[in-house]
Design a binder for this molecule. Structure first.
Ligand code: GLN
Length: 497
C-alpha cells in the first residue's frame, strides 16, 4: 500500500531529491487519504484537485494546509462564515506566496471557528470537525481543521492563526506541536484580521524540525505588514551542556486543571531536569486576569475589524429596502451567534461612556501582565507551563456555555497579550487515550532557540512515533516506494490555479 502520507516534511524533501517518488505520487496519496478519512473527520473545507508546477527551493514538494482565514489565490476564503461562503481569494497571503516560492504547495483550506472565535471549531457555519483520536470529541479551535488534518496524516504541516491560543490549544488536543512565533516574526498580510494586536500565524507539525523548516522559509520582514519586525534572526545562543541556566515553570492554580494534567505536569518537568536544567517555580500574579482582559481587547478589535463585512464590499448580501436595513440584515444573517456576541461586546467596551472603564482598563492590565512577564524573561530563558486546562472534550459539551469555553485559553492568552513566542508539545496520553500536552514560552525573538530545545525534547518523548502508532502508520510504511498512482475523482474537490 502506498503510505506516502506518513512522511514528514523533511522526509518528503529528501525522498523527492532522491527520486523515491514524484510530487504527483505524493499528491495522489494524500488525496486518497483525505477521500478515505475526511468524510468522518471534516478537517478540510475545500481541496485542491490538481498539483500546479512546483518551484525549486528548500520546501520543494511540501504540502502545507491553510486555515480558511489565510488567502490563497483562486481558492475559497470563507473564515467558516456564511458571510464569506462564496468568496474567492484574489491574492496570496505573504505566507502562501513564500511557501510557493520555496517549492511548497497548498493541498486545501481547513475548517475553523467562524472568524477564529472559539476553542472547539464548533462555531464553524460550514461543517463539523472531529478529533482524529476520538471522533466523539472536538479537535480544539479555532484552528481545529488544521490540527485534525496534520494529526490524521492528511498533510505533514498546516498553518493556523493564534490570537489567544488557537494554534497551541488544538495542537495539544490532537497530539501535535503547535507554534506561535514572536508577534511580528511572520507577516499577517493576507490573514483575515480578528484582533490585530494579538493575531499571529502559527504552525502545526508532527515534530519540531518540520516546524523549523517551514518557519525559516515563511518568516521575516514584510513591508506589506506594518507590524512586521525588522530584527534579523538572532544568532544561535544555545547554552552549553556544562552551564545550563535555570528554567522557570509556572505554579499551577489551585483549581480548574484536569487531575490527569496536574499529575502529568511534574513528569513533563522531569524531562527537562534530566536534560540537566535546574528548575525554579514562578508565579505571575496577574495571570488570572488575562482571560478577562483578552475578551475585552480582542472583542473591541474584532468589532472594528469586522465592520468591513457589510454586504456591500464582500460576500453575502441580504436584499433589503434601505441601506441601513441591508447592513442590518446582512450582518444579522451572515454572522453566527458567537461572532455577533463579540461584536456587541466590543462595540460596548469601546463606547464613549464605557471606554475608560472597559477597554482602557483592560489595556492597563495588559501592560501589567506584560511587565511581569518581561521581568520573568529577563531572568529565565524559558518558561514551562501547561497548554490547556483539560483534554479534548466531547462535541456539544461546552457549546452552550461560552464562559466555560473561554477558559480553554487560560494558559495561552497571557503570552499572546505580551507577544511572546510559545510552543505546545505533546507529552503523553490520558487514561482515555487522549493527548496531553504542555507548553514552552521564550523571550522575544528566541523562537529558533525554543524550537531547538523542542527538538531535543522530541528526541526523548517521541510524539511523532506515538501518532504513527495510533494511526497504524509504522516505520515500514514510509520507506516503501509507492506501488501505484490512483486517480479517483472526488466530487467535493475543485481545481484551483
Ligand atoms: N479561543 C480564543 C477565542 O475564542 C482564541 C481564539 C484564537 O486564538 N483565534 O477568542
Amino acid at each position: 500500500m502506498t503510505l506516502l502520507c506518513s512522511l514528514n516534511a523533511r522526509e518528503i524533501v529528501s525522498g523527492l531529491r532522491k527520486g523515491l517518488f514524484s510530487p504527483q505520487e505524493l499528491f495522489h496519496s494524500l488525496r486518497e487519504r483525505t477521500a478515505s478519512l475526511d468524510g468522518e473527520i471534516g478537517a478540510f473545507l475545500s481541496r485542491n484537485k490538481e498539483l500546479a508546477p512546483l518551484a525549486e527551493g528548500p520546501l520543494k514538494g511540501v504540502p502545507v494546509a491553510m486555515k480558511d482565514n489565510i488567502l490563497a489565490h483562486g481558492m475559497p476564503l470563507t473564515c467558516a462564515s456564511k458571510i464569506l461562503e462564496n468568496y474567492v481569494a484574489p491574492y496570496d497571503a505573504t505566507v502562501v506566496a513564500r511557501l510557493k516560492q520555496n517549492g511548497g504547495w497548498v493541498p486545501g483550506k481547513t475548517n475553523m471557528d467562524e472568524f477564529a472565535m472559539g476553542s472547539s471549531t464548533e462555531n464553524s457555519a460550514l461543517g463539523v470537525t472531529r478529533n482524529p483520536w476520538d471522533l466523539s470529541r472536538v479537535p480544539g479551535g479555532s484552528s481545529g481543521g488544521s490540527a485534525a488534518a496534520v494529526a490524521s496524516f492528511q498533510t505533514p504541516l498546516a498553518l493556523g492563526s493564534d490570537t489567544g491560543g488557537s494554534v497551541r490549544q488544538p495542537a495539544t488536543f490532537c497530539g501535535l506541536y503547535g507554534f506561535k512565533p514572536t508577534y511580528g516574526r511572520i507577516s499577517r498580510y493576507g490573514l483575515v484580521a480578528f484582533a490585530s494586536s494579538l493575531d499571529q500565524i502559527g504552525l502545526f507539525g508532527r515534530n519540531p524540525e518540520d516546524i523549523s523548516l517551514l518557519f525559516e522559509n515563511i518568516a521575516g520582514y514584510d513591508p506589506l505588514d506594518s507590524t512586521s519586525l525588522r530584527e534579523p534572526l538572532r544568532p544561535d545562543r544555545d547554552e552549553t551542556p556544562k552551564n545550563l541556566p535555570a528554567l522557570a515553570y509556572l505554579a499551577l492554580p489551585d483549581e480548574g486543571v484536569d487531575p490527569e494534567i496536574r499529575e502529568a505536569y511534574p513528569r513533563f518537568l522531569k524531562v527537562f531536569q534530566e536534560m540537566g536544567y535546574p528548575l525554579e517555580e514562578v508565579r505571575v500574579s496577574h495571570w488570572e486576569y488575562a482571560l478577562y482582559v483578552y475578551y475585552v481587547i480582542a472583542s473591541s478589535e474584532a468589532s472594528s475589524n469586522l465592520a468591513r463585512f457589510d454586504g456591500i464590499r464582500y460576500g453575502f448580501r441580504s436584499p433589503a429596502p434601505s441601506v441601513d436595513a441591508l447592513y442590518d440584515e446582512t450582518r444579522t444573517k451572515g454572522f453566527g451567534p458567537e461572532v455577533r456576541r463579540r461584536i456587541l461586546l466590543g462595540t460596548f467596551s469601546l463606547g464613549a461612556g464605557q471606554y475608560d472603564e472597559y477597554y482602557g482598563k483592560a489595556f492597563q492590565v495588559r501592560n501589567l501582565i506584560a511587565a511581569e512577564l518581561r521581568d520573568l524573561f529577563s531572568k529565565y530563558p524559558f518558561l514551562l507551563l501547561p497548554s490547556t486546562p483539560d483534554t479534548a472534550f466531547t462535541l456539544g459539551s461546552k457549546s452552550h456555555d461560552p464562559v466555560k469555553m473561554y477558559y480553554s485559553d487560560f494558559f495561552t492568552i497571557p503570552l499572546s497579550l505580551a507577544g511572546y513566542p510559545a510552543l505546545s508539545l505533546p507529552f503523553c496520553l490520558s487514561g482515555q487515550g487522549l493527548p496531553i500536552g504542555f507548553q514552552i514560552a521564550a523571550p522575544y525573538l528566541n523562537d529558533e532557540r525554543m524550537l531547538r530545545l523542542a527538538s531535543r525534547y522530541e528526541g526523548i518523548v517521541g510524539g511523532e512515533e506515538t501518532l504513527k502508532k495510533r494511526f497504524n502508520l509504522g516505520d515500514e510504511a514510509f520507506t516503501a516506494p509507492p506501488e501505484s498512482v490512483h486517480n479517483k475523482d472526488n466530487q467535493s474537490e475543485e481545481v484551483f490555479p
